[in-house]
Design a protein. Structure first.
Lengths: 232, 219, 232, 219
């Protein structure tokens, strides 16, 4: 088996240059590559295009990279938890492309799966359709949407092995499996890194072929956005 | 008297049918789950990758890796399944989810819905709403009949950027239950208890269709 | 949770009528719905269109339904293990549509995922491309391919629960997860049927939303086509 | 002397590079696995849903639910992963598989390949071959230089229905190693031990490019 292990987040991201296109896994703050984001902050790389469903919150996740002005453009579906984001957007400092969430997920899947374009009904008749090819199939209208790829994909998994196989946990899986496949270089950080052979081959969410580098993450904060509880 | 949020949710819960897979949007729609009768077998889908949403966790059950689409901590029920966002929207786009309940800023009399953007003021993004309204076989909107400044949200046509066209089937507001007529117009089905047809007329800017006696809601 | 359990294969397939379009899971004889096929033989339903990667062998799998002339048309990628098949094909008794295996898998996935068409490079420049829309993306040529759906999908899983959640085993997974999603009515037979809640939600391959009926299968033969062994 | 099947496989194994993900077709390509040096870290992909094909099983390891694309019983290695056919061809179509080795009935001098159909005689289907040749960055063909009746299989253009166009990079036959020249033609790289350039010329119907001394193969 091919060994994909690198020593640290800093080593994993060392060749990410200014103006790179990145994908970052996560839905809200759940499943974001915390270690990778910290390393990007340390490296100070700028002009990034970040493809991520959300943009973090003011002081966590991608929100930290917005504060340091490292992000030139966000490609997301929902960014409504972030005042700094809204400020940069309204002032024109930040480019933003908003994409329906299912279209975003499928465009990323298409990027990994070698499908340059596909048709979806989402957004037909709305401003999302502007400039896009429209076509009718079986009496329903659809938009043609193109694949999304990235120079680097940063994903965070629950468990991973030295061959790059990944298992996610709960709803922290979200966009990460598709992003892992759509990144030219995919960097996986994991809560628990094990030798190849220790994960059940039948339970793997992301096969190692999609992962170029993997490292043992540390100090996960796993911040919760909406802490909703009930009494026992 | 106009309904409160919980009463809107309670009235919508009556629309739920046995055996349905249901996606509940953020806000009032999330509250619907509290009113679905126990004898109905239904499954709640969360578009971030969960079928079978359970109640909120107790303090000691909280798991940062288990949230709903509103980023709230949740639990799973027996028979839940977890999956990726691509699989989740395959379910939605492929019309496997039977019922979508979501909020709106505006609904037009032909069933258009606007709920994602106020130009120059608010840019949060559409999230999964555009996918949901483009594909669900039944879409029910939960909202206030009028905005805070008293303007009707049931319009001849939407003024805000729309989320989807000709997709809304039914609307439950604090004042009324209405369905979109296939030929255009809000057909008034039920009044909130104590709310008159005249009050609903006054609060509806779009074409209101009234036929015969309009009964009061029951819960 | 919605209970999807039916008592038997015969009950599960009772409303499959003549001329129905079926999808049947399996690669070669691995993972085929053995119980469902036996029930179709008993019912004697005719004029079927069968979408399945292979057509079984002479005396097992879909091959049995070819012998009884229940199949009008096969949509497959590889059918080279079946003499009766070749005879019916050359005599014109059987219609056959051959599709590249990856295109077949993706067309079925598209059917389940609500994507009416997509682009793939497979088959460009070959007779598979005849009559299809061709388009260039980034300097490479692609064909437009359409979704595939079925009236009924018959799949066989290793474990399943009463809510219809499925886990497959080994390479017996193959086409079944996509077919489960692409069938209007999906019938799952399982080696082990358990109450909802006993399967790990994080390890499920086919979420129950795609499965309308599930039953405990029996008497699995699991015939092996190429028994290759090495000495210890 | 012309190579036997195992020698063809052995020579192809020299093309394998460290870190590659490789898809091996049915027949001679499957034999290549036996000759990949142990010191290379490579992973074999089977398009029916397995990364990390191991050796054939011992009698007591046989599992009907674990086969390769040739329907042969196989085992897994440490670090294997299992997946669906859609995921498998996502890997292939998405160019994550670096090297595809497959058999052919004919190869043309511009790199077209035919290997799935003989009109009126044989209809087995293309299986995954059309997907593989449309997407792999490196495609090596393993085949006999001539058919059983002595006709060359290296042609100016394919006569049989083709599987893919301009895709083959290299060909290893019982007589020679050749690569497809970007401008068309079979560039002769190596001769089988004891086989002369003249013999290869005589067995090649397409344009053969010979430059300088052509060395004998080493293994």
């Amino acid at each position: 088996m091919i060994n994909k292990v690198v020593a640290s987040a800093d080593e994993a991201i060392q060749d990410i240059q200014d103006n790179a296109v990145l994908m970052l896994g996560g839905f809200g703050l759940s499943g974001i590559p915390e270690n990778g984001i910290q390393a990007l902050l340390r490296k100070g790389v700028k002009g990034l295009t970040c493809i991520s469903n959300n943009a973090g919150v003011d002081n966590f996740g991608i929100g930290l990279m917005l504060k340091t002005r490292q992000v030139k453009k966000m490609i997301s579906s929902y960014v409504g938890e972030n005042a700094e984001f809204e400020r940069q957007l309204l002032s024109g400092e930040l480019e933003v492309e908003l994409i329906p969430q299912g279209t975003l997920a499928e465009r990323i899947r298409a990027g990994g799966a070698g499908i340059p374009a596909f048709f979806t009904p989402a957004g037909y008749g709305t401003e999302v359709a502007e400039g896009k090819e429209v076509r009718e199939f079986n009496g329903k209208m659809y938009l043609m949407e193109h694949w999304l790829k990235a120079d680097f994909a940063l994903v965070k998994a629950w468990k991973g092995d030295t061959a790059g196989n990944l298992i996610f946990k709960g709803t922290a899986r979200n966009f990460s499996p598709m992003m892992a496949a759509a990144g030219k270089i995919t960097i996986a950080e994991v809560e628990e890194l094990v030798p190849a052979g220790e994960l059940d081959p039948n339970a793997i969410h992301t096969p190692g072929i999609y992962v170029q580098r993997i490292f043992q993450g540390k100090d996960y904060e796993k911040r919760i956005e909406q802490r909703t509880v009930r009494q026992k | 008297m106009a309904l409160d949020k919980n009463q809107i949710a309670q009235r919508i819960a009556k629309e739920v049918q046995n055996g349905q897979y249901i996606n509940l949007g953020i806000g009032i729609p999330t509250l619907v789950a509290n009113y679905i009768p126990d004898e109905l077998e239904v499954v709640l889908q969360s578009e971030n990758g969960l079928l079978g949403i359970g109640p909120f966790p107790t303090e000691d059950q909280i798991d940062a890796d288990l949230i709903n689409a509103g980023k709230q901590t949740v639990t799973m029920v027996k028979g839940s399944a977890l999956f990726s966002s691509a699989e989740s929207f395959a379910m939605i786009r492929g019309e496997h989810v039977h019922l979508t309940i979501l909020g709106a800023m505006e609904v037009s009399e032909n069933g258009d819905i606007a709920n994602w953007k106020i130009p120059g003021k608010m840019v949060k993004g559409m999230g999964g709403a555009m996918d949901l309204v483009a594909s669900a076989e039944n879409i029910i909107v939960a909202m206030q009949h009028c905005s805070k400044d008293g303007a009707s949200k049931l319009l001849p046509q939407c003024e805000l950027p729309i989320t989807g066209i000709r997709c809304v089937k039914k609307i439950v507001t604090d004042l009324a239950v209405l369905e979109i007529d296939p030929n255009g117009g809000f057909r008034l089905l039920e009044r909130a208890p104590g709310v008159s047809v005249e009050e609903i007329k006054a609060a509806t800017a779009g074409k209101l269709i009234i036929e015969g006696e309009v009964p009061e809601m029951t819960f």
